[in-house]
Design a protein around this ligand. Structure first.
Ligand SMILES: [Cu+2]
Length: 181
């Protein structure tokens, strides 16, 4: 083999080794990326799986795609709150809220007062009796609101309770705003 041929052969061999090294680096990079993606997906999945449940329940146990309306839940508390005139007065908290048409709202009322109340709305077709409770022994009442038409509906407590609160907006009276879904 001539000197030139030997030199050319040496160059080829170097190219070959360099090519192998490049290929190996590329493989390591690809493997690293794939591993990173898998690890990332696993992290996202575990964070989704570990997140707390929201208060939306799917009707009929269908978690979407069924076209059925979701059931929402709302917790109301009846208690004494400052009335803005230096006194405490009985109130539903919150007295007013918003919901959507086609959605069923399951309302749970916890009554911390010793008085009976009602949550009555002619427009919404609800007349729920709220049993007397107490600060250490509250009563719990559940009713549902299932409006078909958007609009603003009023409700009031129709049982004589706190005279200052009776018929007063934000205390023993409030409104439900129903918006189109
Ligand atoms: Cu009342």
């Amino acid at each position: 083999m001539s000197t030139i041929a030997a030199a050319q052969d040496e160059v080829k061999r170097h190219h070959h080794i360099a090519g192998l090294v490049t290929l190996l680096s590329a493989l390591v990079l690809i493997a690293g990326t794939v591993f990173g993606l898998v690890a990332g997906a696993a992290a996202i999945w575990s964070s989704v799986a570990g997140s707390p449940q929201v208060s939306t329940l799917a009707a009929g146990g269908a978690a979407g795609g069924s076209g059925q309306a979701a059931i929402q839940s709302l917790h109301l508390v009846v208690k004494e709150v400052p009335n803005g005139a230096g006194q405490m007065a009985e109130a539903f908290v919150p007295a007013s809220f918003t919901m959507k048409t086609g959605e069923t709202l399951r309302v749970t009322v916890t009554n911390y007062t010793s008085m009976p109340h009602t949550w009555s709305s002619t427009g919404l077709g609800v007349n729920a009796m709220i049993a007397p409770g107490g600060s250490s022994s509250p009563s719990t009442t559940t009713f549902t609101i299932d409006p078909h038409k958007a609009g603003t509906y009023s409700w009031q407590c129709e049982t004589p309770c706190d005279p200052w609160s009776m018929g007063r907006m934000g205390f023993m009276e409030g409104s439900v705003t129903v918006v189109r879904a």
